[in-house]
Design a protein around this ligand. Structure first.
Ligand SMILES: C[S@@+](CC[C@H](N)C(=O)[O-])C[C@H]1O[C@@H](n2cnc3c(N)ncnc32)[C@H](O)[C@@H]1O
Length: 268
């Protein structure tokens, strides 16, 4: 029960509207300023999540516990990140969940890493490969802010040179030439394990799928998710005028042991 009360050090979502909400770390001695006035952060310590607080100008703000998507959307970013709709589909199709061991290629800002770590905790782990040290620093800060550092190992390494992990549940690839990693992913995966890639263009999908077929993957599926929000109001509900036209194509497949490979890697 006490978990639902604000403590010092909590990340709290201060909510005004869907478009005006802030992620704030609670401390005993700071003011949080908005265009609606300020609040003393010490005054929300001990409040139950779901309660409200008035700003110095008398505006009511709501105190909510942030979800993993709130943490990801408010995170520092220097690369393109994976959008929430695509994150959800990756979780649904691969079945990555508590206890899963996942390899990720292309940590970037760590948005996908954070989401995966939240799925695999407390018994699983995410091993994430990144070649640019400056992105690793950003990703580490974001993952740490989400309280998920114990479930992630980031490696400064070229994923094309192969993964140290073996028998993993899933390999998720978010970089420009995913087809170059298919063979390495096959070696790292357990039989039946999932490979997934996130690619902005169709020619990337084609090259990736061709390599999947040639390497030993089945159940290959490529898709794009289009998300349309609704403006829901009594008597006048309609779709939003604005919509994100394109984020990425997702491709999924599962490792099998083709006959020629099975002799080298007996299943039983
Ligand atoms: C699109 S970003 C990944 C974004 C990340 N999925 C997120 O949600 O924040 C692609 C990343 O892959 C990294 N990268 C590119 N080639 C790589 C390689 N061969 N090995 C490891 N990382 C690589 C890039 O430096 C970049 O940070």
């Amino acid at each position: 029960m006490l978990e639902n009360y604000v403590k010092v050090g909590d990340n709290v979502l201060i909510y005004f509207t869907n478009k005006k909400k802030w992620l704030v770390k609670v401390s005993t001695d700071a003011k949080f300023h908005t265009h609606l006035g300020y609040i003393e952060l010490s005054s929300i310590i001990g409040k139950e999540y779901g309660a409200s607080i008035k700003t110095s100008s008398g505006e009511r703000l709501w105190i909510l516990k942030p979800t993993i998507i709130d943490l990801i959307c408010k995170a520092e970013r220097k690369t393109q990140i994976v959008y929430p709709k695509d994150l959800g589909m990756i979780a649904a199709i691969t079945g990555i969940s508590s206890g899963s061991i996942v390899v990720e290629a292309g940590t970037g800002s760590g948005a996908l890493t954070t989401f995966l770590a939240n799925l695999v905790k407390p018994n699983g782990h995410v091993f994430s490969y990144e070649i640019r040290p400056e992105f690793i620093e950003i990703a580490k800060r974001n993952i740490d802010r989400a309280g998920l550092s114990d479930f992630v190992t980031i490696k400064l390494a070229d994923a094309k040179k192969g993964f140290n992990e073996k028998n993993v549940d899933a390999v998720i690839i978010d970089l420009g030439d995913p087809w170059t990693l298919v063979r390495e992913a096959w070696i790292a995966l357990k039989g039946g394990g999932f490979i997934a890639s996130i690619s902005p263009t169709m020619n990337q999908v084609e090259k990736f799928v061709t390599e999947l077929i040639n390497t030993g993957f089945v159940n290959i599926e490529s898709l794009e998710l289009l998300l349309r929000n609704l403006e829901a109001r009594t008597g006048m509900t309609r779709p939003s005028f604005r919509m994100v036209g394109h984020t990425a194509y997702l491709t999924f497949a599962r490792k099998v042991f083709p006959e020629r490979v099975e002799r080298l890697n007996p299943i039983s």
